[in-house]
Design a protein around this ligand. Structure first.
Ligand code: PAF
Length: 291
């Protein structure tokens, strides 16, 4: 696997790379969720295609009081995981290569970004969209792979790609979970032992809410209250948001008539965790359950 640190070296690699090219953007601190993205990338392009992973802790997607400085940086372990999962190249630029000191151009999606994490973390999705488009322009992949764990991010990237006519197919990979249901996240390593023990209750709350919908409940208010009550009972945690939204538009309907997602953010003293889960309208449950 080639390690690439500069834009000229990336361009040179890109020029001779065999197609198709699949790109996995990451901020490092890689875990089995990222391994699933790399495996999906390899499956898409086969042994003849090229898989490029980026490892870049993007400063513009962190707020002033957020964890940019303490975000885990584990380049040696990250590179080992990329090698194990058959990436062809890892791009690890420094901040100065991605952002000129007087950079003044940003990419901003203005609708899907407004609520949920966009409301709790102003500017976050502008930073994400900007760095992702910069990386897309540099790498010019045929496919880019994102995790469903960051559902709002995924919908925003799809919208940006559509609106800016970027010739890239966005592929989504289901959330990878620990055996107790906790969604894999680089920030799980911040959790204290007692927070880690409490955190699987997020998944439990989401799956119980999905079960209520599967049993015929379509009222978003009832489903949301159920979810909120379960989340509010998690010891030593506060609910940042809990909503049931249309899976594509992220609008909150009165009733679940189309596939929706329960979207949550829960704040423990050591880490803020996000997760989401499909909430399906009653007819799709019967469709799914019929042979
Ligand atoms: O999901 C992430 O790890 C980041 O938001 C991304 C897409 C790599 C952009 O920095």
């Amino acid at each position: 696997m080639k390690q690439i640190h500069t834009i000229p070296a990336l361009r040179a690699f890109r020029k001779q790379a065999s197609h198709p090219i699949a790109f996995v953007p990451t901020m490092g601190a890689l875990h089995i969720g990222h391994a699933a993205l790399l495996d999906h990338a390899r499956k898409l392009v086969g042994n003849r295609g090229t898989v490029i992973v980026s490892i870049f802790v993007n400063p513009t997607q962190f707020g002033p009081n957020e964890d940019y400085l303490k975000y885990p940086r584990t380049p040696d372990e990250d590179l080992a995981l990329c090698r194990q999962h058959h990436a062809d190249a890892a791009f690890l630029p420094d901040v100065a290569s991605i952002y000129e000191p007087d950079a003044s151009t940003y990419v901003e999606e203005t609708s899907l970004s407004a609520g949920f994490c966009g409301a709790s973390r102003p500017g976050h999705f502008r930073g994400v969209a900007t760095v992702v488009v910069k990386l897309f322009n540099l790498i010019q992949p045929d496919f880019a792979i994102f995790g469903e764990k960051d559902w709002q991010q995924l919908t925003i990237i799809r919208r940006v790609v559509r609106d800016l006519f970027l010739p890239i197919r966005i592929e989504a990979v289901p959330t990878v979970r620990e055996p107790d249901g906790l969604a894999c996240s680089s920030r799980n390593r911040y959790l204290s032992p007692s927070e880690r023990a409490a955190a699987p209750a997020i998944y439990k709350a989401l799956s119980e809410t999905a079960a209520l919908a599967a049993n015929g409940e379509t009222s978003t208010a009832i489903l949301r209250n159920h979810l909120l009550n379960l989340l509010n009972a998690i010891p030593n945690a506060s609910t940042d948001y809990a909503e049931i939204a249309d899976e594509q538009t992220l609008q909150v309907p009165d009733h679940i008539l189309r596939p929706a997602r329960a979207l949550v953010a829960v704040r423990f003293p050591s880490a803020r965790l996000i997760d989401n889960f499909p909430i399906l309208p009653p007819q799709s449950h019967s469709r799914h359950s019929s042979p």
